[in-house]
Design a protein around this ligand. Structure first.
Ligand code: 5AD
Ligand code: SF4
Length: 474
C-alpha cells in the first residue's frame, strides 16, 4: 500500500478559519490525506488566510516565501494552496506575487477542494498556471462538506466551534468582511443540531456558535419557520452531553430582548459576551456606519448585566479611524472606564483597499495611532488584571480540556475563557470540575478541585484528588 499523503493546514485570523480548517481536513481525510503538524513533510500545504488588517494579509506572503525556500533547499515539490479571505480578496493576484502557489480557493468553495486539487495535480508543476476558485457558488458548501469522524472529534478535544452564520450585511466602512465572506447566510437549524449531536456523541461538551454577525442568525427550523439565535441556543443547550454554549461575534444592533433574556434563562449559556463596540465616540461610530451609538451600547451592557449579574464583557476597539480626534479618543477611553471589560482586542485602524474608509480624508498619522493604542491597551490590561484578581477565592466550573505542562496537571477553562491549571487525573479531561481559584497570574489562574462530574462518578477517587494541590503544598 502506498504511504498516505500528508496535509498541513495553517490558519491565520479568526475562529471561523479554525473551524474551516477542520472542515477542509475532514474533506481531505476522505481523499486519504492525514494531518501532519510540520509543513516540511507535508505533500499538501494549505494556508488559511486572514485579510482583516494589512499585517494579517501580508503574513501569507512571508509564509509562502518561507515555504518556497524550504522546498528549494530540500529539493522537493509540495502542492501549496491559499485559502481563506486573502484568497477571496486577491484571487489571481496571489499567483502573480507568489509563483509557488498551485491553488487559490475562496471560503465558499471548500467543498470543491478534492476536484480542485486533482485539477492542480493534473497540471503537474506547470507553474505559474495555478487554479483560482473564488466564486460564490449557488450550492451551500455545508451540504457537501463531510462531517468529522469520531476519532477526529476526540482528537480535537471537548470544545468545538460550529459555524451557524456566515457573511455580513452591515458594511462597517472599515471592514472587508462583507466582501470576503459575502452576504449574510444562516445555516438551517436542524443541520446545526445534527452537527452538534454528532460532536456531543464524540465527547464535545462545549460549543461556540460562530458567525461574523452571529446574533443576526435567522435559519429555517424543521417546520420551515425562521428561528433566531435564542431558539438555536435553546435547542443546542438541550442536546445530551452539551454543558456549555457560547456565541460570537455579535453586533450590538442585533442584541434583542429575547437574546438578553436568554442569558438569564439558559444556564448552559456562559456568562461571557464578546460585543465589539469599536469606538466610544458617536461621531466616529457614525463615520464607521456602525448603526448604533454609545448610548445604545451602554444600554445593552446594562440590560445584559441586569439579566445575568455575573456576566463579563469583552470587546473589539479600533483606534485612529479617519478623522478620530483627541476628543473622540477620550470618548472611547471613557466608555471603557464605564463598562469595565474582562478582556479585549484593540487594533490600530488599517486602511483596506475597496472599503469606504480607505478613501476618507483625514487619515490619522501612525504616531498618533501608536500613542492611542498604548493608552487604550494599558487601560484594558488593567481592567483584565482587576477582573482576574477578583476571581481569587471564587469557585466556578472549569471544563477540563487537556493535560498541563507537568505530570498530574490539567488545564481547563473558566466560564470567562480564562485558562485554569489544576491537579487531577487524566480521566477528568472532558468533565466539568468545581474549582476554587487560588492563584492568579497574567496568563492563567490556578486552583483546587473541590468537586465535579468526574468525582461524582468516581466517589472512591474523591479523597485522593480533591484539594490535593493544597496537601502537596503543605
Ligand atoms: N482596521 C483595524 N481593525 C479592524 N477590524 C476590522 N477591520 C479593521 C480595520 N480595517 C477589527 C474590528 C473587528 C475585528 C475583528 O477586527 O475591531 O471587530
Ligand atoms: Fe465587519 Fe462590521 Fe460586519 Fe463586523 S459588523 S464583520 S466589523 S462589517
Amino acid at each position: 500500500m502506498s504511504e498516505p499523503r500528508k496535509l498541513y493546514v495553517r490558519s491565520f485570523g479568526c475562529q471561523m478559519n479554525v473551524y474551516d480548517a477542520q472542515r477542509m481536513t475532514d474533506t481531505l481525510a476522505q481523499e486519504g490525506y492525514v494531518e501532519t503538524d510540520s509543513p516540511d513533510d507535508a505533500d499538501l500545504v494549505i494556508l488559511n488566510t486572514c485579510h482583516i488588517r494589512e499585517k494579517a494579509g501580508e503574513k501569507v506572503y512571508s509564509e509562502l516565501g518561507r515555504l518556497r525556500k524550504a522546498q528549494e533547499e530540500a529539493g522537493r515539490r509540495q502542492m501549496v494552496a491559499v485559502a481563506g479571505c486573502v484568497a477571496q480578496a486577491e484571487g489571481a493576484e496571489i499567483l502573480k506575487r507568489a509563483r509557488s502557489v498551485d491553488l487559490v480557493v475562496g471560503p465558499q468553495s471548500y467543498h470543491k477542494l478534492p476536484e480542485l486539487i486533482a485539477a492542480a495535480e493534473r497540471r503537474g508543476g506547470n507553474r505559474p498556471a495555478g487554479i483560482v476558485e473564488t466564486e460564490f457558488p449557488v450550492e451551500d458548501k455545508f451540504d457537501f462538506l463531510p462531517p468529522p469522524t469520531r476519532a477526529a472529534i476526540a482528537r480535537r478535544g471537548p470544545t468545538a466551534f460550529v459555524t451557524v452564520q456566515e457573511g455580513c450585511d452591515k458594511f462597517c466602512t472599515f471592514c472587508v468582511v462583507p466582501y470576503t465572506r459575502g452576504a449574510e447566510v444562516s445555516r438551517p437549524l436542524p443541520k446545526i443540531l445534527d452537527e452538534v449531536s454528532r460532536l456531543a456523541d464524540g465527547g464535545v461538551r462545549e460549543v461556540t456558535l460562530i458567525g461574523q454577525n452571529v446574533n443576526a442568525y435567522h435559519g429555517l427550523d424543521a417546520a420551515g419557520r425562521t428561528a433566531n439565535l435564542t431558539e438555536l441556543v435553546r435547542a443546542i443547550a438541550e442536546v445530551p452531553g452539551i454543558a456549555r454554549v457560547r456565541y460570537t461575534t455579535s453586533h450590538p444592533r442585533d442584541m434583542d430582548d429575547e437574546l438578553i433574556a436568554a442569558h438569564r434563562e439558559i444556564p448552559a449559556l456562559m456568562p461571557y459576551l464578546h460585543l465589539p463596540v469599536q469606538s466610544g465616540s458617536n461621531r466616529i461610530l457614525a463615520a464607521m456606519n456602525r448603526r448604533h451609538d454609545r448610548e445604545l451600547f451602554l444600554d445593552i451592557v446594562a440590560r445584559v448585566r441586569a439579566a445575568r449579574p455575573d456576566i463579563a464583557f469583552s470587546s473589539d476597539f479600533i483606534v485612529g479611524f479617519p478623522g478620530e480626534s483627541d476628543a473622540d479618543f477620550a470618548d472611547t477611553m471613557e466608555l471603557v472606564e464605564k463598562v469595565g471589560f474582562a478582556s479585549s482586542f484593540s487594533f490600530k485602524y488599517s486602511s483596506r483597499p475597496g472599503t469606504p474608509a480607505a478613501g476618507m480624508g483625514e487619515q490619522v498619522p501612525e504616531a498618533v495611532k501608536s500613542e492611542r493604542i498604548h493608552a487604550l491597551q494599558a487601560l484594558l490590561d488593567r481592567q483584565k488584571a482587576a477582573f482576574d484578581a477578583a476571581c481569587r477565592g471564587r469557585r466556578f466550573d472549569i471544563l477540563i480540556e487537556k493535560p498541563g505542562r507537568f505530570p498530574g496537571q490539567l488545564i481547563g477553562r473558566s466560564p470567562y475563557l480564562q485558562s485554569v491549571v489544576v491537579e487531577g487525573p487524566q480521566e477528568a479531561i472532558g468533565t466539568l470540575a468545581e474549582v476554587e481559584v487560588r492563584e492568579v497570574s497574567t496568563k492563567s489562574l490556578s486552583g483546587d478541585i473541590r468537586g465535579g462530574e468526574f468525582f461524582m462518578r468516581n466517589p472512591a477517587r474523591e479523597s485522593r484528588f480533591i484539594g490535593q494541590s493544597e496537601k502537596l503544598e503543605a
